[in-house]
Design a protein around this ligand. Structure first.
Ligand code: ATP
Ligand code: ZN
Ligand code: MG
Length: 282
């Protein structure tokens, strides 16, 4: 007789390990204090890795004004991922739900650019931001959540500063992840988006080396999941938010984004269920 081993569903396995609890909603999980211990260690490791010596991230609300997301042209490019806050228009429970002026933040860095909109920057500006994000994902495998937390380091400055900063963060991340016992593959990536006429298009990010992802396995059967991405936006957001550089022309920006739950899950996969066995760094 052939012996077959059935691998437990990775979410159930993590629930058994005391890390998280399913909520019943696809892509929505609750996290235990044990999991949050890892999240806190990870946040501290990221703060320590940031060369600007920040005291830690500024936490942004999980909702952002729709006007800011429209200004970034996110609504045009990624309408399928955006979640919107609606409210009852009266005390009548059967009343229509009408859209409010806010949407769920699809990424944390969209809370940063409005802060410096309509200004002229001299030297580079650095930001350290964190917050809850929402994406209306089509699938809900482990690691592809609808609600998740992101930490982002951001630079707004001239073209060469933004480019060099992004490349320095890639090197810094490789060192940091290796200290944490992770060996991600760094791979060029792109964000498929809706182009003119509502066609789904591949962006030219790969050809231009604009986006790199750090990809690792989150569980035994995982072919690879991005735990972080390093992104150059060129002058796109500078133009959209009317941020100019003192040397002339729109400012450039880059962001280094960490998916916090995904990174914690990668650490759990690498180091096991007993926190006593983990490297002290986390
Ligand atoms: P993917 O290719 O997996 O869809 P992405 O390119 O959409 O990722 P980014 O937009 O670069 O991801 O977001 C920055 C980081 O946020 C990702 O590297 C990942 O770690 C995390 N992230 C993105 N989407 C999700 C999600 N649905 N659930 C959990 N974490 C996510
Ligand atoms: Zn970003
Ligand atoms: Mg995605």
């Amino acid at each position: 007789m052939i012996e077959t081993t059935t691998l437990a569903d990775p979410i159930e396995r993590l629930a058994d390990g005391g890390w998280l609890r399913p909520t019943g909603g696809p892509g929505l999980l609750s996290f235990t204090p044990k999991f949050e211990t890892v999240m806190a260690g990870l946040q501290a490791a990221l703060t320590a890795a940031d060369p600007t010596g920040s005291a830690g991230p500024t936490w942004h609300p999980p909702v952002v004004p729709l006007a800011n997301i429209e200004r970034a042209q996110y609504t045009e490019a990624f309408p399928h991922l955006l979640g919107s806050v609606h409210a009852l228009s009266s005390q009548d429970q059967d009343a229509d739900r009408t859209p409010t002026d806010v949407v769920l933040a699809p990424a944390v860095c969209y809370s940063v650019y409005p802060e410096v909109a309509n200004s002229v920057v001299e030297g580079p500006l650095y930001f350290d931001a964190a917050g809850y994000c929402y994406r209306h994902e089509a699938t809900a495998e482990l690691g592809r959540f609808r609600s998740f937390r992101m930490r982002e380091f951001v630079i707004v400055g001239d073209a060469s500063a933004a480019w060099q900063w992004r490349d320095a963060w890639i090197a810094r991340c490789e060192a940091l992840f290796s200290r944490l016992g992770l060996t991600p593959v760094v791979t060029p990536a792109s964000d498929p988006f809706f182009g003119p006429g509502g066609r789904f298009m591949k962006s030219s990010q790969i050809e231009q080396n604009l986006k790199f992802e750090f990809v690792v396995a989150l569980h035994d059967d995982d072919p690879g999941t991005a735990i972080a991405s390093a992104n150059c936006h060129k002058e796109h957001l500078g133009e959209r938010f009317a941020i100019d550089h003192a040397d002339g022309g729109p400012a450039h920006s880059s962001c280094m984004a960490f998916g916090l739950e995904r990174t914690a899950l990668a650490l759990i996969h690498a180091h096991g269920d007993d926190l006593a066995d983990w490297p002290t760094l986390v």
